[in-house]
Design a protein around this ligand. Sequence first.
Ligand code: 16G
Ligand code: ZN
Length: 599
Amino acid sequence: MDLDAVKEHSALHAKPSGLVLQYGTAGFRTKAEHLDHVMFRMGLLAVLRSKQTKSTIGIMVTASHNPEEDNGVKLVDPLGEMLAPSWEEHATCLANAEEQDMPRVLLDISVKAAVSLQQDAFVVIGRDTRPSSEKLSQSVIDGVTVLKGQFHDYGLLTTPQLHYMVYCRNTGGQYGKATLEGYYEKLSKAFMELTKQASCSGDENRSLKVDCANGIGALKLREMEHYIAQGLSVQLFNDGTKGKLNHLCGADFVKSHQKPPHGMEMKSNERCCSFDGDADRIVYYYLDVDGHFHLIDGDKIATLISSFLKELLLEIGESLNIGVVQTAYANGSSTRYLEEVMKVPVYCTKTGVKHLHHKAQEFDIGVYFEANGHGTVLFSKAAETKIKQLARELEDKKRKAAKMLENVIDLINQTAGDAVSDMLVIEAVLILKGLTVQQWDALYRDLPNRQLKVKVADRQVISTTDAERQVVTPPGLQEAINDLVKKYKLSRAFVRPSGTEDIVRVYAEADSQENADSLAHAVSLAVFQLAGGVGEAPQLEKIHEGCWKIKPYYQLLGMPFPSPLHNHARYFAGFPTVHMNGEGGGDLTQPVLPQQNLG
Ligand code: 16G
Ligand code: ZN
């Protein structure tokens, strides 16, 4: 390792002194202008990881669903998986080493991880469409080359495409060809084969509206469009020609605001979906005839896909085990439906794809989805071999079912959640089962829920157990949550420190939206009080300018209402919304009629 060269080049990507960043749930993420040194250093680290694993390593430059001004970087391990936890620690150490210490830290890592330095290294790089991404990926390349690693820069790619490339390269092409064309061909062939099996295809014009979050998904779906045109016509919105990345659109916006993205023309009962900024998440939705918005999130996607797979397994009479993996954010109705109606075992892990992915590997067929729309299906090697064998040996209907399973294996991107691949699986299942989007939505009804954020001095004072469903510290917080939850029907609530933002997240679910809101606010206040809240106590949730959602949670906590915090609010008794009068001065004791348009 030529440490003098490392030092010299590092100076061109100098670390702002004092800046501390953490390799979080999905790599490093912050404002793009703070990331140059991180990119260079991750280039260095990828070379070490490649030498150590004697495999190709991936680096993706993206900040996913975060604002356009942000950026981020993550490393992809040999089988297309997230970086191993011990290397996340190395990544954090290297990124935070002050300029003069960096070469020593690099050397320490290579010793600790027993990297054979004379081994060759190969790194593949991808980036999203952010204005900062091109320059930052150049810094990655500087890092790779200074350690004499070889590389291939794929340029613009979706995150899951990069995962795919890494896996293809490390399996000698068995998984597919490590080119964009290879990716499009593999997926489209499987999609066309699968949908050919549908008994009622052809009589319906299959079309789907796709909100691409003004991101990379638009470019890549455009490239893919003609490969699938015979089976599905896609109409792209927010394709990046006008709007800003992830701004008022994309999967994260739609899921968290539970409303349609801007820039999408929706007619009633049309199937629509949204990707996130790097196209590794997808959610579906539609407007009903009354113009009401219906969200179909990752939980319902998991339900659709796993029920389809289970039916195919029943058809071929094979007892391969199937399991669904969720996080605490999964809607209670989805878990109940999967367990009680579909009789599929459900497991819960901590938030973050790597945890779900890991758990899903325990099954012959492991379906995992986060409610936010990130997910995929994993087939064990043994299951794959068995299915392929059955597709050759069985006859008639059984053979057809086995062939379908074989095609699903090729259609799903097993390396990571992939909006494009998931979209095609979903579309194929809807065609094969002859389901409309409404029928899919009607599988079960989501319990009303609410997510809130609370700012505290140090979010690490909150530690959790039981897949983040129970708080361990600070003392008293779990008891407070338990007491609050008891006051509502069908309710559940949990809190966890975010892995991507400096806040604590609160989730609550209950029998009505009002109660879910109320419980979420009450829990937020408990967090604020018991976990060192900073600034103002949790504000009520803003619905639109001048309008806030409220239930008198003060009463629940034994506080007087109206509280001084809301002395500009006019309160309508029994109605859980407060309309704040911008000039102040409304009379809190006088009920006002609820306004139309509550957002
Ligand atoms: C990251 C994770 C996502 C998780 C989210 C939670 C990956 C690829 N992405 O975006 O799975 O849901 O973080 O964020 O792992 P939070 O910790 O801020 O709630
Ligand atoms: Zn993403």
